[in-house]
Write a protein that binds this ligand. Sequence first.
Ligand code: XMP
Length: 515
Amino acid sequence: MSSILEKIAVLDFGSQYSQLIARRIRECSVFSKILPYNISLEDLRAENPSGIILSGGPASVYNPKAPKCDPGILSLGVPVLGICYGEQLIIQMLGGKVAGCEAREYGKAELDLKENDVLFEGFGDKSQVWMSHGDKVKELPSGFRAIAVTGSTEYAAIVNSSMKIYGIQFHPEVVHTPRGKFIIENFCRKICGCSGNWTMRSFIDASVEEVRKQVGDKSVILGLSGGVDSSVAAALLHKAIGEQLTCIFVNNGLLRKGEAERVQELFGRNFNIKLKYVDATDRFMKSLENVEDPEKKRKAIGYEFIEVFDEAASEIKDAAFLAQGTTYPDVIESVPIDGNPSAMIKSHHNVGGLPEKMNLKLVEPLAKLFKDEVREVGRCLGLPDEIILRQPFPGPGLGVRIIGKVTMEAVKVLQEADSIVVDEMKKAGLYYKTWQTFAVFLPLKTVGVMGDERTYENVIALRAVDSMDGMTADWVKLPYELMGTISNRIINEVRGINRVVYDLTSKPPGTIEWE
Ligand code: XMP
């Protein structure tokens, strides 16, 4: 395996699918990097890509404000593939014609190959592709020819063989183009000549070397939350620097039932990682006394966390680095594109104000990885499914799942109810297949009857959602039987609850968490 990491550059023109393109490339064992469409030629050359993909995007190439890349990209001598807007931009930059369609073409189409180009090897002669465009190529520049058509698109795929420039009007990256992976793989491996040296094993080896070089003989501190990212970062750093790593695990009193013990058992005892456990339950409870407003609660919890963490860290000798489980979607540099608010720059939500306060240098060993790659690294390092496949859990923990004032009683009740939800979801085989399932404590008293006695207790809301990235979500249609079992168990086993309701709200308009 070659030691230089081959790379495909994905220039982002504001497509909702840019990250998907980058992930599909990596599924072919080739590293990919998303770059802003307006990157300078010099900077792009410095990236030394083996090939370049121009993404789709919401603009029209003939709009004066449309995002354009440096046309010199087409003469760098590396293969280029334009997808949708990317294809149209190539055509326009090289003197062809693009115009609006009479009707926007959206949905499935059948692709008819006109010749056997290497781009389509294994794709099949008549395969389904996904179209989503309002403009199309009307006239090709010289040197180009069509290699595939659909019923309504004459230039569904085009090539200039001598320049190794390709354009496709459809989206090979989405699941609605079932054999799209062949196109991406052929482009990366056969046209750009990448050998496929991006594997999580090779990533781990390279990353271990890098971390050792960066850190030297200094100590590193990592805030371990028990979530996927910080857990995998801990395992990776431990492999790289062993005893130089100290993880700090803060119990804010708002964790799931048994979580503090589970994390200590796994990392402290099984992995033998130096773990500093701080039980700050009382401090957090005190800072939440009489706080009802959701934003004030989040701020109070966040502020207290930084204080507690900083104190614990100051007791660690020679600490020079703070490690974080920042992942690739947190650091992708995107540029705002006219009329596409989704492409605005993302804030680094993992950073949370710690490094500024602590005056430590950052180590971010997962910053190149997508979530599925983080999981694969975790698996290679021997972390159990219980950690690798766990559902997201918010930093402020059960604090944002107890509506209004947070009391110790409410936390205990919610921990019990939550553990029943997790238990039953696991028994039904649905826990790892669902984005999030949890209970919410509503400080709302209603009347019930148990045995011969009237009850007057609080309500638990059950929430189950499916999502790709937490940005949008659909409520899940859990089987009635399962909902019935969860409800019965909560009412029978959790003192203080006499009613369970189900949340039927998607995001938007709701959010996943209640606060
Ligand atoms: P919302 O409630 O905004 O949540 O729809 C989207 C996703 O983010 C998680 N979440 C958080 N994660 N710190 C986190 O690390 C937080 O403060 C936080 N708030 C919400 C939430 O569980 C869901 O997966």
